[in-house]
Design a protein around this ligand. Structure first.
Ligand code: OGA
Ligand code: MN
Length: 199
């Protein structure tokens, strides 16, 4: 596998974010999508909540996705390879961005038709350990009318970029610097989102 970690690291250094369509090989995307569908078939996804600990609650007016953490998903070759890649990537980022991320965590997400995730920051007082956000989209034959784009702003509310959840799109950004939202999707929307964490 010939993954261009350096290009992603350079974008993170220069702009704070990165997007590309060919970071992961197509064969791995196919396997990850099959794993997601398999987990969903077995009803292992749970409604995503907001807040932390006992204050966690489901608020569909804020986020409507269903998630499955890879750490709880059992042994799948696809997620094993994905986590190996992302942990190698973590070490590259630690070197290039002078970070000290000690782990990478990730969950599959399914946004049912007509759901969204309102504007938020991934790193905040409740969750101070997230350093880098990564998202990989697993939507075959994506069409613009399906919606579900990721809209990214900076901390001064300037629009930075709008990215559709196209098959294989890999997005990373510095978790503390980019408020973002997921626009309403008109079809089921599949993704694999993760964070490089400081602990
Ligand atoms: C998240 C999130 C973005 C996306 O899960 O925190 O912002 O495009 N996901 O799925
Ligand atoms: Mn987010």
């Amino acid at each position: 596998m010939n993954l261009n970690f350096t290009k992603v690291a350079e974008d993170l250094i220069n702009y704070g974010w990165h997007s590309s369509l060919d970071f992961f090989p197509n064969s791995l995307l196919e396997e990850l999508r099959s794993t997601l569908l398999d987990l969903n078939e077995n009803e292992l996804f749970r409604p995503a909540k907001i807040g932390k600990g006992i204050k966690q609650k489901r608020v569909t007016e804020i986020r409507g996705d269903w998630i499955k953490w890879l750490s709880e998903a059992g042994d799948y070759p696809s997620t094993k390879i994905y986590l190996e890649i992302m942990n190698e990537f973590r070490l590259v980022l630690n070197r290039q961005l002078l970070m000290a991320a000690t782990e990478f965590e990730a969950h599959f997400a399914i946004y049912p038709k007509d759901t969204f995730y309102k504007k938020h920051l991934d790193r905040h007082n409740n969750n101070p350990h997230r350093l880098i956000t990564t998202t990989l989209y697993l939507n075959k034959d994506y069409q613009e009318e399906q919606g579900g784009s990721l809209v990214v702003e900076d901390l001064k509310q300037n629009h930075i970029v709008t990215l559709n959840p196209h098959w294989g799109r890999f997005v990373c950004f510095i978790s503390s610097d980019f408020p973002h939202e997921v626009k309403t999707t008109t079809v089921k929307r599949y993704s694999l989102t993760g964070w490089m964490r400081s602990s």
